[in-house]
Design a protein around this ligand. Structure first.
Ligand code: NAD
Ligand code: UGA
Length: 465
């Protein structure tokens, strides 16, 4: 079977960029991305490409090329499902906030809604592709819904998890380390796998397209994120030992990274990992392990999260203790709010937790982030539900000029590794601050020696003084 029409349910950080790249590379396939969120769809359709809902380097030109040709964004979900030969489900799968598994299990209600809608609308055979990150064995639940409430239509379920990282989504999609496709071992299942292989083969070398059974594919996604997050927690654990012992975390990372068995990537110590997925996916893994009665396995992975929480808390504790045990009424300037550079995404950003801790100490916070708008930061704080909206807006201010944000500050905290921070006029910033002028570099990106020469008192994660 050759696919002519694709529908993707969910126009978020994954659905949007992934489908834009498929559409660009497969001009013979009509790709329609649908979402219940009308304003998100409107933003994807905005003539001004600066208003796309997802900021990713290089995404605007791909959308420009394909949109209106064979890439469409729409709120008409039923029509797109009906037309499609293949349907990707790319909706959010957040941590459950209620009921059994609260705070741990993945909330699959949006997935189930999609399955039910597909079952209701579909009149011809379809291939349904899990793009969202899901607990192992979700495909059987989807299949069950489709087979029991459908119109006698045949469905094949594939698992095709996405490994892109935000900030590099376009590069990751154009040149992936691998594409993973899991499907049924039956003849029909293998044929469905092949149709998806054929799509990716338009631009991905065949040897990088890996096919497995469905459960391996689903579990590999959780495993990959768990391993990546574990690396960050491991290097962060070492960063604390470095600070006590006088070792330098960057030197340690380089030394171990040259061992080809360890490798050099993902060894940058930080104020903690953020992002919508690492924490949620590990919690999901912990939950799955517990459901199987594998308590030691669950405890092992949970430690990655506990270490990450510790790293964020010790960063803010250090700010308070260094500033003579009180930040009450003091201005702390935040450089960065996004969970990493080159994205406007703030989900689970360590900046939120550090801000929360400092606000509890009655600090005044001023934030500059090159891509995150003020409304997003306030929404992040309001979501914590610990202060009124008015109080959040009075205690935390936002400006688009980093020199204004740092003016009259008692301390600067670097929360995101935006490149531009390295190139500021640090003498000018020093001159405008209260003295002693403190800098807490939570990303290890600034030149500590140069800053100290100017007169800053400088703390860098993982570097003893
Ligand atoms: P997102 O929140 O940005 O986007 C999900 C979209 O789905 C939202 O716009 C929402 O309105 C829409 N949606 C929800 N239910 C719907 C329904 N029933 N019908 C139509 N639209 C619906 O989420 P995301 O970051 O794109 O993540 C999606 C999935 O991909 C998650 O499972 C996530 O774990 C996984 N993932 C994310 C990343 C990442 O970098 N963000 C990378 C790999 C995998
Ligand atoms: C991560 C994975 O890298 C992707 O492969 C995966 O598809 C995605 O999660 C997902 O499933 O959502 P992402 O969260 O976008 O991607 O970004 P990462 O580059 O992995 O960074 C995650 C967090 O770890 C960031 O806060 C980053 O600053 C931090 N990090 C990363 C470090 O502190 N040190 C490092 O060395 C690397």
């Amino acid at each position: 079977m050759k696919i002519k029409t694709i529908c993707c349910i969910g126009a978020g950080y994954v659905g949007g960029p992934t489908m834009a790249v498929i559409a660009q590379k497969c001009p013979h396939i009509k790709v329609t991305v649908v979402d219940v969120n009308a304003s998100r769809i409107a933003a994807w359709n905005d003539n001004d490409l600066n208003n796309l809902p997802v900021f990713e380097p290089g995404l605007d030109s791909i959308v420009k090329e394909a949109r209106g040709r064979n890439l469409f964004f729409s709120t008409n979900i039923d029509q797109a499902i009906e037309e499609a030969d293949m349907i990707f489900i790319s909706v959010n799968t957040p941590t459950k906030t209620y009921g059994k598994g609260k705070g741990m299990a993945a909330d699959l209600k949006y997935i189930e809604l999609c399955a039910r809608q597909i079952a209701k609308v579909a009149k011809q055979d379809k291939i349904v592709v899990e793009k969202s990150t899901l607990p192992v064995r979700t495909a059987s639940a989807i299949k069950n819904i489709l087979d029991n409430t459908g119109n006698g239509v045949q469905f094949q379920i594939l698992s095709n998890p996405e490994f892109l990282a935000e900030g590099t989504a376009v590069q990751d999609l154009l040149n992936p380390d691998r594409v993973l496709i899991g499907g049924d071992t039956t003849k029909e299942g293998q044929a469905a796998i092949q149709t998806l292989v054929d799509i990716y083969a338009n631009w991905v070398p065949k040897e990088r397209i890996l096919t497995t059974n469905v459960w391996s594919s689903e579990l590999s996604k959780l495993t990959a994120n768990a391993f990546l997050a574990q690396r960050v927690s491991s290097i962060n654990a070492m960063s604390e030992i470095c600070e006590k012992s006088g070792a330098d975390i960057d030197e340690v990372a380089r030394a171990i990274g040259m061992d080809s068995r360890i490798g050099p990537k993902f060894l940058k110590a930080s104020v903690g990992f953020g992002g919508s997925c690492f924490q949620k996916d590990i919690l999901n893994l912990v939950y799955i392990a517990k459901t199987y009665g594998l308590n030691e396995v669950a405890d092992y992975w949970e430690q990655v999260i506990l270490m990450n929480d510790h790293q964020k808390n010790r960063f803010s504790d250090n700010i308070v203790s260094t500033l003579y045990n009180t930040v009450s009424g003091k201005k702390i300037a935040f450089l960065g709010w996004a969970f990493k550079k080159d994205t406007n995404d703030t989900r689970e950003s360590p900046a939120i937790k550090v801000a929360y801790n400092l606000l509890n100490e009655q600090a005044n916070i001023a934030v500059y982030d090159p891509k995150v708008v003020a409304e997003r930061m306030y929404a992040d704080l309001d979501y914590l539900n610990t202060r009124t909206e008015a109080v959040n807006r009075s205690l935390l201010t936002v400006d688009t000029d980093p020199y204004l944000v740092t003016k009259d500050a008692h301390a600067i905290a670097v929360l995101t590794e935006w490149d531009e921070f390295k190139y500021y006029d640090w003498q000018r910033i020093y001159d405008s601050m209260h003295k002693p002028a403190f800098i807490f570099d939570g990303r290890g990106i600034l030149d500590k020696k140069a800053l100290e020469k100017i007169g800053f008192v400088c703390y860098t994660i993982g570097k003893g003084s």
